[in-house]
Design a protein around this ligand. Structure first.
Ligand code: HEM
Length: 469
């Protein structure tokens, strides 16, 4: 009998040799190029000091390593506060809480995004989509991402505050969109990565613009909290009411500051990511007419006015959404995990303080899991089941996305409503590339589309349809 001894190395995994500051700039300006070339050279786990001042910062893209990382992230690893998002969401955001407080906050926030409570949003999602699309006249060219963002922000304002009209609703909507859109520029995105750039350098400086928008949003949120405290209406079912009635183990309620940070977290995390995912899906569906036809065939089997839950369960629609989240995952990395006790990971002995990120993008592009990974092919999700460490657009473990079910629900219902009722086309036949938008990857240019008209039945429209691009 032969015995094999496992090789454990005390050395940190290798990684690109360029200076840290240059790697950071490469990662900010060309995240996919940086990750692809480091993977080709260094493989499944490499050292990439691209975030904060961590010299020992690893990106992992092998399912066995990810399984260990995400199932042991309250054991040898822990889920630290996310310094990158702190400037955006504040110290009391779930993103920045750790340990017991983090666990308690998750328990509080998860129920409204699941089960009955979430299903109640189905009707609103379909109505809002119809309302927004019915305003686009035939031949209008529009940015798919902006139009969808308009819908997703209304949905999240509804879920979080229970409001859908009025002055503060419109102002909040406007200001949040402007703040998020400012991250289209790599310079504003750099504010998240380089704290030294957070300086007011005059009227046109990105930090001045960012702080100004942030202050106005803050004022509106505090005003809403004040109004709600005054009204004290426990019959409301929105998240603000839920948070206001919560008590900690000492019977204390949440302070205004705690409420503010949590609300802003949900408003930001809850619409920006979803809008990006849906606009990518619109791009792929209209780039490949055969995919659109197949989706329409599947949707037509449900008849007129289908139930939201029957749309949610459609297999081909699910495969198209999964493939969309695979090929350009909105979040290319998980949030960080940190080594708490010396631990072995993929043959390396890691010391406390080492930061480890699951690299969602590289895992989703592994040839061994996804043959021809650069091709958009939804069928792969019908042919094979992927584990939570092979396909994980929403992360996993202690920090798994709390909005996953709502995001998938929105994606499917919005796409189904648009495809069943309207004919759209891409306005430009050139490929759309992913571009950094804060910590996410979004379609460069926002996916320009043309409204062709209402879809009456199988393939017919009320307006003449020009040749598709
Ligand atoms: C397509 C849409 C979305 C994607 C791709 C996405 C992705 C992610 C990812 C990758 C993480 C980190 C998970 C980890 O490190 O293990 C995360 C965390 C989180 N997401 Fe999402 N998300 C989406 C939509 C949403 C929505 C709709 C909401 C809220 C309503 C939301 C709220 C959050 C929150 C609060 C966290 C932090 C959880 C914690 O720290 O415990 N996300 N999301």
């Amino acid at each position: 009998m032969t015995t094999t001894t496992k090789q454990i190395t005390m050395k940190l995994p290798d990684g690109p040799k360029t200076p840290d500051w240059l790697q950071k700039i490469q990662y900010i300006t060309d995240p996919l190029g940086y990750m692809d070339s480091a993977y080709q050279r260094y493989g499944d786990i490499f050292n990439a000091p691209i975030i904060g001042n961590f010299k020992r910062l690893l990106l992992v893209s092998a399912p066995e390593g990810l399984q260990q990382l995400l199932t042991r992230d309250t054991k040898e690893f822990y889920a630290p506060s996310n310094g990158l998002l702190q400037v955006l969401v504040g110290d009391n955001s779930i993103f920045c809480l750790e340990g017991d407080r983090h666990r308690r906050e998750r328990k509080l926030l998860m129920p409204p995004f699941h089960g009955e409570r979430m299903r109640a949003y189905g009707q609103i999602i379909c109505e809002l989509t119809e309302q927004v699309f019915s305003q686009l006249t035939p031949s209008t060219t529009f940015s798919g991402r902006s139009v969808i963002q308009n819908i997703s922000i209304e949905i999240i304002l509804n879920v979080v505050f229970g409001i859908h009209e009025g002055e503060s609703f419109h102002n909040l909507k406007q200001l949040i969109s402007s703040l998020m859109d400012s991250f289209q520029s790599p310079l504003t995105s750099s504010l998240l990565f380089f704290p030294f750039l957070r300086k007011d350098l005059g009227a046109w400086s990105p930090w001045r613009n960012f702080s100004c928008l942030q202050q106005q949003i803050e004022q509106l949120i505090y005003a809403e909290i004040g109004d709600r405290r005054a009204q004290n209406d426990p019959s409301r079912t929105d998240i603000l009411t839920l948070l206001m009635s919560a008590r900690d183990e000492n019977g204390e309620e949440m302070s205004d500051l705690q409420l503010h940070d949590e609300l802003i977290t949900l408003l930001f995390a809850g619409h920006e990511t979803t809008a990006t995912a849906i606009s990518w899906a619109l791009y792929w569906i209209h780039k490949y007419p055969e995919i659109r036809d197949k989706l329409l065939q599947e949707l037509d089997t449900l008849g007129d006015s289908p139930e939201p839950m029957s749309i949610f369960k459609l297999p081909y629609l699910t495969a198209v959404c999964n493939e969309t989240l695979r090929i350009y995952p909105v979040a290319p990395l998980t949030v960080p995990r940190e080594v708490k006790e010396p631990v072995e990971l993929m043959g390396y002995q890691l010391e406390p303080g080492t930061r480890v990120y699951g690299c969602i993008y590289l895992t989703h592009h592994r040839e061994d899991l996804y043959p021809q990974p650069k091709e958009f092919r939804p069928e792969r999700f019908l042919e094979r089941q992927y584990t939570n460490y092979e396909f994980f657009p929403f992360g996993g473990g202690a920090r798994r996305c709390i909005g996953e079910a709502l995001a998938m629900f929105e994606m499917k219902l919005i796409l189904a409503t648009i495809l069943s009722n309207y004919q759209l086309a891409l306005a430009d036949s050139r490929p759309v590339r992913p571009q950094r938008r804060g910590v996410t990857l979004a379609p460069a240019g926002g996916v320009k589309m043309v409204m062709k008209g209402r879809r009456i039945g199988q393939g017919q429209t009320s307006e003449p349809v020009a040749s598709s691009v």
